[in-house]
Unconditional design. Sequence first.
Lengths: 510, 289
Amino acid sequence: MAQVPFERVVHADETPSDWLTYSGNYAGQRFSRLSQLNRSNVNQLKLGWVYQAKSTSSFETTPIIADGTMYITETYGVVKALDARSGRLLWSYQPSKPKGEDLSVNPVNRGVALLDNTVYVGTAKTHLVALDAKSGAVRWETVVHPGTGYAMTSAPLAIDHRIIVGVAGGDNGERGFVDAYDPQTGKRLWRTYTIPAAGEPGVETWANKSYETGGGPTWVTGSYDPVLHLLYWGVGNPAPIWNGTQRAGDNLYTNSLLALDPKDGKVKWYFQFTPHDTHDWDSNHIPVLFDEMINGKMRKIVAVANRNGFYYVLDRETGEFLSGTPFVRQNWADGLDAKGRPIFRPGSEPTKEGSLIYPGVGGAANWWSPSYSPQTKLFYLAAGERGTKFFLGDLKYQRGEAYLGGGVRHDDADKSYGAIRALESTTGKLKWEFKLFSPPLSGVLSTAGGLVFGGTQEGNFFALDAENGKPLWDVTLGEEMKTNPISFAVDGKQYVAATAGHALFVFKLP
Amino acid sequence: MKAKSGRLLKALLLLFLVAMLAGVFLYGMVVGHYEMFPYYYLKNAQFSFGKVFMADVGEGKRLFEAQCSRCHGTDGSGGEGPSLNRRNLKNATTDEDLRRILTAGLGSMPKVMQTTVQEQAQIVAYVRSLGKSSPKATATGDPKRGKDVYANAGCGSCHIIAGVGTGFGPELSEIGTIRGAPYLRTALVDPGAALPVGTFTVNDKYIEYLPVRVVTQSGTEVRGIRLSEDTFSIQLLDVANQLHSLRKSDLREIEEQAGKSLMPSYKDELTAPQIEDLVAFLANLRGKN
């Protein structure tokens, strides 16, 4: 019998002891339905075990747990299977690494996908590898893209008969894409480019054939609605990023959310957050799906907290724009129009002297995960409050090197800070915030026990009250956290886990 | 006839030699020392033979002025950042080290804005060329008199030089390798404008020696400089050099005084010549560099 068949992942909410897919469920909610840990006992959390990675770059993995085994990834796409009870190593897989010291993409890896008896990982060399879940032996390996310029850093998404992957490398001017592979054979079933080629719709939004080096990477794991049969995937920024002079036009489908048919990859609808981006506001975000009442009517929603500082609520069947509200300080737009298109403020583009723009280059939100609690109906996120000066530079394209056209400077660094914010999920209205010393690089997990977990750059792993944001527990883990916490259970005991520095820390109740 | 052609030949030979020398001289003038003796530099150049060999120092100067001079001075004489018109740069023994500093930053120095490998070679070439010239005198005072000024002004009650003094403010043993004369001058006459910038976190800079005033829930006030901080705690050194480790949940007020310093200004305490002597003394504190 297959260990984790598709149907089991569809009903992941019913088996909260496991964490079967990157965001906990296909809806991208990163919500644990375990409630053993709650407001009254969270301050009793103690260290269960630690795993120390041999990672050279930052340790950003989200563990997958199924039936007592935990699967994690390290730099380049190394995969380790650990015993979730003791933290002991069970098996290890070493991928082939890209050549050369200077990689064009930071080779972090954010996790695996699990389907039936197979573990799937995307490597820094841009290969998709299928491993036997019991032993780590290679079942098959497919080259997603040869050569330099691309890498795979995000966890694949395993759905029915499809392994869906995205790629990094947009800053090198490479055209991004979303691919689907056969889980048994590794054969590619379809590829959808995020940037049109000559003659394709959308090409008119790129002047001077700039679509040829368009960018638009797809490096954050998407979400899936198995009832509507729609895949939701974010697209990153255009290249060259700081200098948009040679690519006049909206630059579709950069900085968009795509709704794809998983059967053939066709784009069913798209919504573009930031047309003609010059601030590196990749829309590589987790699309969060939930159903809630708006104006007395039940709506199927997809919400995105965008790097550009706005929280968007869209209809996930049609892509209709329902609302967009700023969730950080922003000075580049005079709001959004009725269709959700930004009303750009003059002077907000990069200039030779530098323009100070909020949110800054790291964005109000980024790859780190938000969370939706069906209990509180709040959308939780880790927000960055920082301004950056954007400079316009010359355009120089060199194959394999970053194609940027300018630069940035964090002039306002001392005034920057972060916050965990809880927004009303249908309106984006701020319910509460908990300020952080610096802009965060970690996402949040919310739980049925009424808790929100997050991490700071200074290494604090903490729990807040999901209703009001009051801090309930914290521990110093000693190094920056670039993590998205998860929760699971072994032998009926609830655990929470997060990475900090080069270690994975697992906490449990006594 | 033989004599005449012989003289002509000699004249032509001499002319040829002069032309050659002039050519070499002019070449050296135009492209700089670096280009004249590439082999010497190539021994140290571990990145791309071709790129360093062909590196245009003039282009490097243009890039340096655009991106580096703000902190390192227009001629590398230093300022907020260390002077670079020195033979030995302690963090950049090789050209590859120097290139890595450009692309990754170092401590509170940000990385350069997007440059190609060719441009990095040009900046490296220019910085190395600065080390060939003798450092310009930006400190006009007398370092020997400055040493006396330092002692008489009681600077050692807050600073340590070569193991002597009290460690409350920044250590000054090698301050001449970290700061240029203009910065040192500011630190003496307007210390609040010259608080050092460190790195508590990876991407952002945070002011060091920041004066902080906190009040605990029970009403006790503590004043000092911030040693460290995160979302939940703050660590202070008070004016008696005592450490206070505080949870923010135990504090009802935290006032961070950016733009101020616990170091007094010496603008009215010392004469202008004394200040210049003190600056010269500090600028000369370079350890082995």
